[in-house]
Design a protein around this ligand. Structure first.
Ligand SMILES: *[C@@H]1O[C@H](CO)[C@@H](O)[C@H](O)[C@H]1NC(C)=O
Ligand SMILES: *[C@@H]1O[C@H](CO)[C@@H](O)[C@H](O)[C@H]1NC(C)=O
Ligand SMILES: *[C@@H]1O[C@H](CO)[C@@H](O)[C@H](O)[C@H]1NC(C)=O
Ligand SMILES: *[C@@H]1O[C@H](CO)[C@@H](O)[C@H](O)[C@H]1NC(C)=O
Ligand SMILES: *[C@@H]1O[C@H](CO)[C@@H](O)[C@H](O)[C@H]1NC(C)=O
Ligand SMILES: *[C@@H]1O[C@H](CO)[C@@H](O)[C@H](O)[C@H]1NC(C)=O
Length: 763
């Protein structure tokens, strides 16, 4: 498409308008990128080849909700809908199916379920909820069994599952929920299963229960109302003497005009045997306390979603969301609770309900000995049990340390592991699953808050991560989804191409190996790694990556490793891309080298989406570098040498030793006929719109200025030219089929990712 003739010097006229418009666009502030809290340094979209992941799926199977790692770490047992699978995960790559056993709900239960108005398409199935290693030869599993919970032992032979015989299926009430939507938790300790779930069809009767093994079966007494009817359990964590349960419920002790949720930790003693006369077959050591995860001066994160123990530091890491959301985005927090703090709170004062005022107050009465609810051996006296019935809520809160607070994301699952830096520094790595199917890898340094190394979008469609299971010996995390299981290796260090990037990433699993010149995965044997480079504390490449310690004071910026040569073509706009790996860096372009280094000339260039657009003019040749600045350190990401056909330039002698490579970059022909079509289809559209817009605006301006009546209005228009009022430009861009964005609150990153959004942005 030929451009309309514009008179004597169309090129310079167009050029000026074009670049001014581009400049206006690039001045747009980059707001709204991912909300508050740390940004993931690197983001991978689903299916990104830089973070190649493997996905296990099986035809006809869905809801891979429950994951269990075998003791030797080579097999992953998976509870799906109406089936249990054994996957061999010994080798990297896609987990291989060792075997699979069906465990459907019986036809009788399914039809009863359908009669009770539950869906035979989505609900009346056996969703596996509990899957634990019972002993060396047996697993124990429970499922919803079409709203009629059932459990069974599963025999193992060579890590393969033996079929479940129908006559071996037992009642699973109190161990698995009825409704697949209901939360639940279970843990096997000393051959006994401690479970927290809903105990009835309606889902109004939460229960903490102990089954299996030699000790008596114990339950929470429903009439004592130790649990609010909406209690929702998310984790069960055993400690030396007790088992902790993490859950969320409506807080009856807090007076509030709206229903207020609160997060709790409850505990029961492992040696509890129930009462003799009072509280027979009931817990006699149940106590609960409020968990607090908040930043000073902000609304607390009051809904606990998941919790795990890191034994090496005796801390529990828990993810929380908030009952309240600001705008449309939820926010999440990760808090760490020390076991010592939790124990201290359970040894402290009780709360009690004042029956007259219906208020909860601190109990200030006499202390009995042995203390009611303590794990002292033997059954408690009737007096102590009577006291226990009303004193089960602790006065103090367990206060967590917020490690990570992030808005715009809803964490649903957490897995943690300790990691050692090259220098022996201790870190905690947290893998956080989100409600939209991505995984955040966060690193918590010893005494400070967390940062996000990467975000990986696992599922192509947004859907919650159902379960996370670390497999330390395989160096991977497994994530269960509705459609299958993802295997995510801890890191792909080779995405960091240089020592600088490797060090800036501050991933405890990656370090620079100067011998092979690769960023490599750190493994156990550390004696050979003396020469490897990492700086977990400061992430400072200046120190870690200097070849010789002397060199660094002289050199302010490292020379490029490779120079890409491009040829300037007359009447064409050159587009020099700059790969932006790190979201934490700021990027700018520089022109020239050494003492002659300067900012790029504004009149003949513009930066759009990180790429440098160059207008071929006299003196345009030379070195162009995209420079990243991160953590107070600048380094060239990519370097181009632009050769001009008319006046070929000699390469700067300082750069003579650097390897060079001729490359093709996207070109856009501006003048000329249709045969000289641009390599990128959207550029001509964009250019034409821009140029037409410029012409229209110029025309309007001229008309207005020429008209005597328009003298007053003209002032406003001239000013308006700078800000480009939306009403004028939107129709123009639509005519040119540059789709308006679906959402005007689109963030800058959305625009970057999808060129279609360019239209309204011009507007
Ligand atoms: C790791 O990254 C490199 C470089 O981007 C890529 O070539 C490789 O395929 C990636 N490997 C995995 C397993 O993701
Ligand atoms: C569910 O029940 C309806 C009618 O009761 C029946 O038509 C349909 O085939 C059933 N679906 C399944 C998956 O059994
Ligand atoms: C494991 O438990 C099952 C079920 O109670 C039992 O049949 C089996 O003998 C036990 N195996 C061992 C090795 O204790
Ligand atoms: C972290 O804090 C503890 C206690 O304040 C201190 O003993 C320790 O040396 C600190 N560690 C680091 C790496 O700063
Ligand atoms: C960044 O580096 C400069 C000098 O290189 C120094 O003066 C400044 O304090 C540093 N800033 C930070 C935040 O480290
Ligand atoms: C922005 O740049 C990135 C990489 O440099 C590229 O993948 C993306 O397609 C570009 N977006 C637009 C709108 O040009």
């Amino acid at each position: 498409m030929a451009l309309p003739s514009l008179g004597q010097d169309p090129w310079s006229l167009l050029g000026v308008f074009f670049f001014q418009l581009l400049l206006l666009m690039s001045l747009r502030p980059a707001t709204g990128t991912g909300g508050q809290g740390p940004m993931p340094r690197v983001k991978y979209h689903a299916g990104d080849g830089h973070r190649a992941l493997s996905f296990f799926q099986q035809k006809g199977l869905r809801d891979f909700d429950t994951l269990l790692l075998s003791a030797d770490g080579d097999t992953l047992y998976v509870g799906a809908r109406e089936a249990i699978l054994a996957l061999n995960i010994q080798n990297p790559g896609i987990p291989r199916l060792r075997n699979m056993i069906p465990w459907p709900a019986s036809e009788k239960k399914k039809s009863e379920c359908a009669l009770k108005k539950k869906s035979n398409e989505t609900q009346c199935f056996n969703f596996i909820r509990v899957l634990v290693s019972f002993n060396a030869t047996h697993l124990y599993s429970c499922g919803t069994f079409a709203f009629s919970p059932a459990c069974a032992f599963i025999e193992l032979r060579d890590s393969s599952l033996m079929p479940i015989l129908n006559d071996k299926v037992m009642d699973g009430k109190g161990q698995s929920p009825f409704d697949p939507e209901h939360r639940h938790t279970a843990v096997l300790v000393d051959g006994m299963l401690y479970s927290g779930t809903m105990n009835n069809f309606l889902g109004s009767e939460p229960i903490l229960m102990r089954t299996l093994g030699s000790q008596p079966v114990l339950k929470t007494d429903i009439f004592l109302r130790w649990l609010h009817p909406d209690a929702s359990f998310v984790a069960a964590i055993p400690s030396t003497q007790v088992v902790y349960f993490f859950f969320e419920e409506t807080a009856s002790e807090l007076d509030f005009f709206e229903e207020l949720y609160t997060s709790r930790v409850a505990r029961v003693c492992k040696n509890d045997v129930g009462g003799e006369k009072l509280l027979q077959k009931k817990w006699t050591t149940f106590l609960k306390a409020q968990l607090l995860c908040a930043q000073p001066g902000q609304l607390p994160f009051n809904v606990v979603r998941h919790a795990v123990l890191l034994p090496s530091v005796s801390r529990i890491y828990a993810v929380f969301t908030s009952q309240w959301q600001v705008g449309e985005t939820r926010s999440s927090a990760v808090c760490a609770f020390s076991l010592t703090d939790i124990e201290r709170v359970f040894k402290g004062k009780f709360k009690e309900l004042n029956k007259e005022t219906s208020r909860w107050t601190t109990y200030r009465g006499p202390e009995a000995n042995p203390r009611p609810g303590s794990c002292s051996t033997g059954p408690s006296s009737d007096k102590a049990l009577t006291f226990m019935k009303d004193h089960f809520l602790m006065d103090e809160h367990v206060v967590g340390r917020p490690l990570l607070v992030k808005s715009g994301v809803e964490y649903t699952q957490i897995a943690v592991e300790p990691a050692r830096g090259l220098d022996g520094s201790r870190h905690v790595v947290m893998y956080l699953g989100t409600s939209t199917g991505s995984l955040h890898k966060a690193v918590v340094p010893e005494n400070s808050s967390a940062y996000l190394v990467e975000e990986i979008q696992l599922s192509p469609e947004p859907e919650p991560v159902r379960n996370l299971q670390l497999a330390p010996t395989q160096g991977a995390v497994f994530a269960g989804f509705s459609g299958g299981v993802w295997r995510v290796p801890r890191a792909n260090c080779s995405v960091y191409k240089s020592c600088v990037e490797c060090v800036l990433a501050k991933d405890p699993h990656c370090a620079w190996d100067p011998e092979s010149k690769t960023c490599s995965l750190l493994s156990g044997s550390s004696s050979t790694l003396n020469s490897w480079k990492q700086d977990m504390e400061r992430g400072n490449p200046e120190l870690a990556c200097a070849d010789r310690p002397l060199a660094r004071s002289i050199r302010r910026q490292s020379p490029p490793q490779l120079i890409k040569e491009v040829l300037a073509v007359p009447n064409s706009i050159l587009e020099l891309p700059c790969p932006q790996l790190s979201a934490l860096a700021s990027y700018h372009w520089s022109h020239g080298h050494g003492h002659g280094r300067a900012a790029v000339p504004e009149a003949s260039s513009a930066v759009y989406n990180g790429s440098l657009l160059l207008l071929p003019q006299a003196g345009v040749g030379g070195l162009y570098q995209c420079v990243a600045t991160e953590n107070n350190y600048s380094y060239p990401v990519v370097s181009y040498w632009v050769d001009s056909q008319e006046q070929p330039l000699a390469l700067d002698p300082e750069l003579a030793g650097v390897p060079r490579e001729r490359v093709q970059v996207p070109l856009t022909r501006v003048g000329g006929g249709a045969s000289l079509a641009a390599q990128r289809s959207y550029w001509p559209h964009f250019l034409i719109v821009t140029v037409l817009l410029a012409i229209v605006l110029l025309g309007t301006l001229t008309l207005l200025l020429a008209s005597p009546l328009g003298a007053l209005r003209a002032r406003g228009k001239v000013q308006g030219c700078g800000t480009l009022p939306p009403r004028e430009k939107a129709p123009l861009s639509r005519e040119q089929r540059l789709q308006p964005s679906k959402d005007y609150r689109t963030s800058a990153s959305d625009v970057d990712a999808d060129n279609n959004h360019l239209g309204p942005e011009v507007a």
